[in-house]
Design a protein around this ligand. Structure first.
Ligand SMILES: NC(=O)c1ccc[n+]([C@@H]2O[C@H](COP(=O)([O-])OP(=O)(O)OC[C@H]3O[C@@H](n4cnc5c(N)ncnc54)[C@H](OP(=O)(O)O)[C@@H]3O)[C@@H](O)[C@H]2O)c1
Length: 250
């Protein structure tokens, strides 16, 4: 029996991934900042633990309570649509603290047990916005691109120890709470210079023509990373993600 620990399971990709692995017989540790047991089935195979990836004590406590972990999925994250010039230092801090440093801290907390066992899989969820030059989400892109970069290096470092490392890159998914969670951080609409750019950005994210990413696409990409030893380092999550990665030559 294999055990998976997933961060950010209160909604979206994390919740869907927890459901998929549970349905397929795994032991699942679904972690959430604020545990909501009603979101998932009641079972001995499913544990819900409190975990805020920006809080070292919370990480240490959750990893200790989890016990042996075969697959770690770093999914917790948020976005902040704001032009570079207008992004508040607190927002920059918070984006990197959650998306980048939170992911790194989880990796560092779980890796020792995997390296000692010479087995395990780490899956870091980033985004296909990292493979294209896009305005308005520059700091978010940077926070996720940094994860891509250290994950690439980690995959080489872990090769001799039998620990597999993967990046799942989802495309745009209007069905999760990502947009709603990003909205309070939106900046620039009230600025005459930036307003046209922001309006165009809002139009683009509301565009319902063309392919998008659904939560089960991301869950399946994580499944592939977890269970297929020949899976590539980077795995697209969603039809639009596949297109963007192909365009970028990845
Ligand atoms: N949706 C998209 O278009 C899209 C595209 C590409 C990549 N992604 C990435 O995919 C991942 C999942 O996003 P989603 O679309 O499923 O969005 P979502 O529905 O907003 O889910 C994000 C999850 O991260 C959690 N989270 C945020 N800060 C956290 C922290 N400090 N500690 C622990 N958990 C935290 C949230 O928990 P709370 O409920 O406590 O806030 C929530 O469970 C994110 O990393 C996101 O950047 C999303």
């Amino acid at each position: 029996m294999s055990t998976i620990l997933i961060t950010g399971c209160s909604s979206g990709f994390g919740l869907e991934t927890a459901k998929l692995f549970f349905e397929r017989g795994w032991d699942v540790i679904a972690t959430m900042r604020t545990p909501k047991p009603e979101l998932l089935p009641v079972s001995e195979r499913l544990r819900i633990l409190a975990l805020d990836v920006t809080n070292p004590a919370s990480i240490a406590q959750a990893v200790k309570a989890a016990g042996p972990i075969d697959v770690l999925v770093n999914n917790a994250g948020f976005g902040a649509p704001s032009p570079i010039e207008l992004t508040a230092p607190e927002t920059v801090q918070s984006l990197f603290q959650t998306n980048t440093i939170g992911t790194l801290a989880m990796v560092q907390a779980v890796l020792p047990q995997m390296r000692q066992r010479r087995a395990g899989v780490i899956v870091n969820v980033t985004s296909t916005v990292t493979v294209k030059t896009l305005p308005v989400i520059g700091i978010y892109r940077a926070s996720k691109a940094a994860v891509n970069a250290f994950t690439e290096s980690l995959s080489v470092e872990m090769e001799p120890f039998g620990v597999r490392v993967h990046i799942v890159l989802p495309g745009r998914s209007p069905e999760t709470r990502f947009g709603e969670n990003a909205r309070p951080h939106l900046r620039g609409l009230g600025d005459p210079d930036y307003a046209p750019l922001i309006q165009q950005f809002i139009k683009n994210v509301q565009d319902d023509t063309g392919p998008v990413t659904y939560a089960p696409d991301v869950a399946k990409a994580v499944w592939r990373a977890a269970t297929d030893p020949s899976a590539p380092l980077r795995i697209a999550g969603g039809a639009d993600a596949e297109l963007w990665m192909a365009e970028a030559g990845l």
